[in-house]
Write a protein that binds this ligand. Structure first.
Ligand code: HPA
Length: 245
């Protein structure tokens, strides 16, 4: 039976899911990395695909942008389709000078300016963290592949554009910069909150597409190269992390 936002049958979606924001990225990942990919859903053009990688079933589905959208898809994937390990493969804007373009930020934790996890956590501040086995496997896989990663906090923001005219993102995120947060993106805290709420495992990987300190930004054709490296890292993570760890 489908859910309001995913027109698939239970069994159509694998326990392991990659989650890009952009549904066309989901299609690209399925075509580039999966054997025998098939589209399993397309409600609102939020495309999802299932195939195999090295003989193991895996799915990929777009989540859209922002925490409400991520929450909808992640919740339905976990509660209705039995998904157990969810890895966001997204992009982010670095707010530390040493976090360079093309590198991958592994979100050990996700701070947020959103109220979304407080609503899940009786009004308290939830420490939104990656699942330890996925995190450890990602860091180990990056090391053996020679992929440049930065491991630490991200800030999941509701706002892409600062609320005050003329304010820069770095002014808006001054406290996060001071407290060592690596990068800003818009979904990880919600993914971690949903996973904790429903007992699933999750991790967010984000390529640095924007270097906000140095004001350098990847061109669209350069994004694909970093995205490929990150997807390889996510698939190695799923392969190497014990499913029940
Ligand atoms: N802000 C928020 N999300 C992002 C950014 C950013 O600068 N870059 C990529 N995702």
């Amino acid at each position: 039976m489908p859910t309001p936002h995913i027109a698939a049958e239970p069994g159509d979606i694998a326990p392991d899911v990659l989650l890009p924001g952009d549904p066309l990225r989901a299609k690209w990942i399925a075509e580039e990395f999966f054997d025998d990919p098939r589209q399993v859903t397309g409600v609102r053009n939020m495309l999802g695909f299932t195939g195999t990688v090295d003989g193991r079933p895996v799915s990929v589905m777009g989540t859209g942008m922002g925490m409400p959208s991520m929450s909808i898809y992640a919740t339905e994937l976990v509660t209705h389709f039995g998904c157990r390990r969810l890895i966001r493969v997204g992009s982010c804007g670095a707010i530390q000078p040493s976090v360079e373009l093309h590198s991958v930020v592994v979100a050990a934790g996700a701070c947020t300016d959103s109220n979304i996890n407080r609503q899940r956590f009786d009004g308290f501040d939830f420490a939104a963290i990656a699942h330890h086995a996925l995190l450890a496997a990602a860091v180990a896989a990056a090391r053996s592949a020679g992929t440049a990663v930065h491991v630490g906090n991200v800030l999941s923001s509701d706002l892409f554009y600062p609320p005050i005219n003329g304010q820069s993102p770095l002014e808006l995120y001054a406290a996060a910069v001071r407290m060592g947060v690596l990068a800003v993106e818009m979904e990880a805290a919600a993914l971690y909150g949903v996973a904790a709420q429903h007992g699933a495992q999750s991790l967010a990987l984000c390529t640095v597409s924007d270097q906000l300190v140095h004001e350098r930004f990847l061109a669209p054709q350069d994004r694909e190269r970093s995205f490929r490296t990150m997807v390889e890292l996510a698939l190695a993570t799923l392969r190497d992390a014990g499913a029940d760890a």
